[in-house]
Design a protein around this ligand. Structure first.
Ligand code: EPZ
Length: 433
């Protein structure tokens, strides 16, 4: 088992390069299934969620060629069957994008129900199913948690109003609609940068999608998508995580390869907390030398403050002067890391979706466990800020979404190592993302 061992309390100085966006990559890789011919995809992050998705495609018959560290050529022309390897699908949430992609290409899909759940209760996919059904799919749940989608009367465009703003449902419906007959209109669509990135990818392969980035997306189905080259956008949440790390530890770090516009919702909040943020082209310089100021925030769909940054910024607020209030507006239970922070001296009270954070003078290193991806990133930040030694296990979660996190943090002066320990305490892998 690998643990991260952090000797904290050091400010961070230097430069960090941001990788391609995980949540764009995990949509674009399944989308390659719909393309006739090779897709060369650049700026793919090297993270385990990507490896798992590529393995699923390979098992289905795709050819995947590594061009260089972050570029792959994926050719799914050889795939003949709309059926994915069920065990692998259950390990990664984003594998459900294969449903939309298979429906588009094959007009049918047999997949495993995306497994696990980290944010309290079941993570529903009713809005995905509602969209597919409006387009003519018959969706049935088979024994063993399999989902069967058939289109006895074809797959046609439809007008779909999402009851909740769902990233996953917007993406899945957009995928199926790209190759459906006629026009699909998705209303109350999610507007996250990775939705725009997926639309740009599909359009560059011959799709006709308009309005991505607004809450009404219009997709005119085409008969075929052709191969091409596409570069994934930088990861907004990875960049935000390193910005929060500097806010917590203090220091001065240049974060390179970002789209500053995507960072506005995070930068604005960090500025309120006393952090200086200077945008320059595709870089952001983050400086924190004075005290951390208290604030309140609520997570919301984009362009609101992202739920995927809630644990990291809440962790920094543990060290603010005064009391802050955080409201989780997207997930029912995204505060599992709070008990771990309490072991380090944080004072947080959670009541339902609200956390009240009373700032303390400092955190103290402790053995703690990551429960999901962003909670894991938050614990890394806590360890970097704390005095003494912090040992984090469950780091497999963190490696699902952060490329080379150890090396990137070491590069700005953090004392963090990945260390092997005997296996008996290993956390069992569950689903995230
Ligand atoms: C995506 O998850 C992201 N994952 C999550 O990031 C992120 O937290 C989330 O969007 C919100 O931004 C990927 O992109 C792979 P949703 P997704 O559908 O698509 C409810 C990370 O850390 N809902 O937008 O699963 C749902 O319960 C991960 O990188 C329904 O009710 O999220 C939630 O309350 C974790 N019915 C809200 O909508 C549905 O059919 C938003 O969920 C679908 C969702």
């Amino acid at each position: 088992m690998i643990k991260y061992v952090i000797h904290g309390g050091k400010p961070l100085y230097g430069e960090i390069d941001i990788s391609g966006a995980k949540n764009a990559a995990v949509a674009i890789i399944p989308a390659a299934l719909m393309v006739d011919g090779p897709c060369r995809i650049e700026n793919i992050p090297q993270i385990s969620d990507v490896t798992m998705l590529l393995n699923i495609l390979k098992e289905m018959g795709a050819s995947v060629r590594t061009i260089n560290r972050s570029t792959m050529e994926i050719d799914c022309s050889g795939i003949r069957k709309a059926e994915a390897t069920f065990d692998m699908m259950r390990k990664i949430r984003a594998s459900y994008y294969l449903i939309g992609a298979m429906l588009g290409r094959f007009r049918s899909a047999v997949v495993a129900m995306p497994g696990g759940c980290n944010f309290g209760g079941v993570r529903p996919i009713d809005q995905h199913i509602k969209g597919f059904e409006a387009m003519g799919a018959k969706v049935t749940l088979l024994q063993g948690g399999l989902i069967n989608c058939a289109t006895p009367n074809g797959l046609h465009g439809a007008s779909i109003y999402l009851d909740v703003v769902s990233v996953g449902a917007t993406i899945n419906v957009m995928l199926a609609a790209a190759l459906a007959d006629g026009q699909t209109v998705i209303e109350n669509a999610a507007r996250e940068p990775h939705i725009v990135d997926l639309a740009n990818f599909l359009n560059s392969m011959g799709a006709d999608i308009r309005g991505a980035g607004t809450n009404v997306i219009k997709v005119r189905g085409v008969t075929q998508l052709h191969g091409g080259t596409y570069s994934i956008i930088p990861d907004q949440i990875e960049a935000g995580t390193y910005m929060a790390a500097v806010a917590g530890t203090g220091g001065d770090v240049l974060i390179r390869n970002v789209i500053p516009k995507h960072m506005d919702c995070i930068s604005g909040k960090l500025r309120e907390m006393g952090v200086t943020i200077i945008e320059n082209g595709d870089s952001i310089r983050v400086i924190r030398s004075g005290p951390i100021r208290r604030t309140n925030f609520k997570t919301l769909p984009y362009p609101g403050f992202p739920t995927d940054m809630q644990p990291q910024v809440s962790t920094v607020l543990c060290l603010a002067q005064g009391t802050s209030m955080v409201t989780e507006g997207v997930w029912d239970n995204r505060y599992k890391y709070v008990d771990e922070l309490a072991k380090m001296g944080a004072r947080i009270k959670v009541d339902g979706r609200v956390a009240v954070i009373e700032g303390v003078e400092g955190l103290t290193g402790a053995p703690i466990r990551a429960m999901d991806l962003r909670a894991g990133a938050a614990l890394v930040i806590a360890g970097l800020c704390a005095s003494g030694v912090t040992e984090i296990d469950g780091v497999n979660y963190i490696e699902r979404g952060y490329e080379s996190i150890i090396e990137k943090l070491q590069g700005v002066g953090a004392d963090i190592q990945a260390v092997s320990f005997p296996d008996e305490e290993a956390a069992s892998p569950r689903e995230v993302g």
